[in-house]
Design a protein around this ligand. Structure first.
Ligand SMILES: *Cc1c(COP(=O)(O)O)cnc(C)c1O
Length: 404
């Protein structure tokens, strides 16, 4: 067994001198928020994913909020989504005063099950908010067909999915290109590239893009950059209720450096993911993530479902005792105290479900994925010997009778 003494975390952002230099450049420049660096980051990001517009904001949660507002989600509306996601997905719906309608996932992809969407649509449905969970693209083709049939906008929670690709229109296309109506990205350190915190909205709709720009800066009619450069005095006005969802230029400058590294980061993650696949294939009962022929994940997380007899907590503790961080499967919002029974529904208009606080018979795949899966460390700087050690430790933990 390989000798790795140091702790192996679940993730480490891949940053260094270029990011530090970029941040310093901005600090010394005298313009530190939503200025030229943000504008350049937006352009470069839009070009990378192949979208007409990209608008930078403070994080992905605020991006999701603005996306839902743009497509017209209002109090009393319903938005179809998954419970099995980071809680920000469902929270963004509630910020609009709307109700999340939770649909179950497919057990292999951990993404929304397209077959269950149609039954969750009611007269109050205003949008479909899908997630590319852990960077694995969800099955957009049938989802978009259902949405078009019902004339519903599709918002993509692509928090984890920068660099992921789907095969549509006979070519490989990046997530963030206009597949749905709006895609939302995160630059939290747990994602594939980071700006500390940060988010991005991409769309092909110029009106929505303009709307995002107003909303993110208090609904102010004149951007700072315009007022600053004006030769004549300009008074701004506030035609609508806005927010402070700005990204700073310090973050954007870091983001531009991260974007340059992205292809190399995604290549490395794909290599390490493939290595996990090969080396864990012989662990009895372990279910490995699968990539459909029409998708290429960026492997933001590598999620395995433990053998049935293995106890999730005990396996995770054994890994931690050996100096390896893991995380349990993706959370389910409907099991959290913040999601009291009256704050969400589980779709299925024809037969009301007997939802209990913390459990729902329509969301069993979601609950099982949370309880049976664990996420393994995967980061750009991870060495092959560190990965071998994770593999060996997981095998020992799963095969040990004390842990089963
Ligand atoms: C991380 C994450 C978010 C929230 O992103 P922030 O930038 O932290 O607001 C939303 N949705 C999903 C699926 C995520 O993984």
């Amino acid at each position: 067994m390989s000798e790795v003494k140091s702790f192996i975390p679940i993730a480490i952002p891949c940053m260094g001198e270029p990011e530090a230099t970029a941040a310093q450049r901005v600090i010394m420049s005298g313009w530190v928020t939503q200025g030229p660096e943000v504008a350049a980051f937006e352009q470069e990001f839009a070009a990378y994913v192949g979208a007409a517009h990209a608008c930078a904001v403070s994080n992905c949660t605020t991006a999701l909020h603005l996306a839902l507002l743009a497509v017209g989600v209002k109090p009393g509306d319903e938005v179809i989504t998954v419970s099995h996601s980071y809680i920000a997905t469902a929270n963004s719906i509630r910020y609009c005063g709307a109700t999340p309608v939770f649909v179950d996932i497919e057990p292999q992809s951990y993404n929304i099950n397209p077959l269950l969407i149609a039954d969750a649509i009611t007269a109050r449905t205003r949008a479909i908010l899908v997630v590319h969970q852990m960077g694995m693209p969800c099955d957009l083709k049938p989802i978009l067909e259902i949405a078009h049939r019902h004339n519903l906008p599709v918002i993509e929670d692509a928090a984890c999915a920068i660099g992921s690709e789907v095969r549509l229109n006979d070519q490989w296309e990046k997530i963030g290109r206009a597949h749905g109506d709006i895609a939302c990205f995160s630059f939290h350190p747990r994602k594939v590239i980071s700006t500390g915190d940060g988010g991005m909205l991409t769309t092909n709709n110029p009106e929505w893009d303009q709307q995002f720009r107003l909303w993110r800066q208090h609904g102010m009619s004149v951007p700072d950059t315009v007022r600053h450069g004006a030769k004549q005095v300009i008074f701004e006005s506030y035609p609508m209720l806005g927010y402070n969802y700005r990204m700073t230029d310090i973050q954007a400058a870091v983001g531009r450096e991260q974007l340059k590294r992205l292809p190399e980061i995604v290549d490395r993650r794909r290599y390490l993911a493939q290595r996990y696949q090969a080396d864990l294939a012989d662990l009895p009962g372990l279910k490995l993530p699968t990539e459909p022929t029409w998708a290429k994940s960026n492997w933001q997380s590598f999620c395995v479902r433990l053998p049935e007899q293995s106890d999730q907590l005990k396996v995770m503790q054994a890994m931690l005792d050996a100096g390896i961080a893991t995380r349990r499967g993706i959370m389910c919002a409907h099991r959290e105290p913040a999601y009291q029974i009256e704050t969400w529904t589980c779709g299925g208009k024809n037969s009301p479900c007997q939802c209990q606080p913390g459990s729902c018979d329509r969301l069993l795949e979601s609950e099982q994925a949370q309880d049976q899966a664990i996420l393994l460390p995967l980061f750009h700087q991870m060495t092959e010997s560190q990965q071998d050690y994770v593999v060996d430790t997981l095998k020992t933990a799963c095969l040990s009778p004390a842990i089963a």
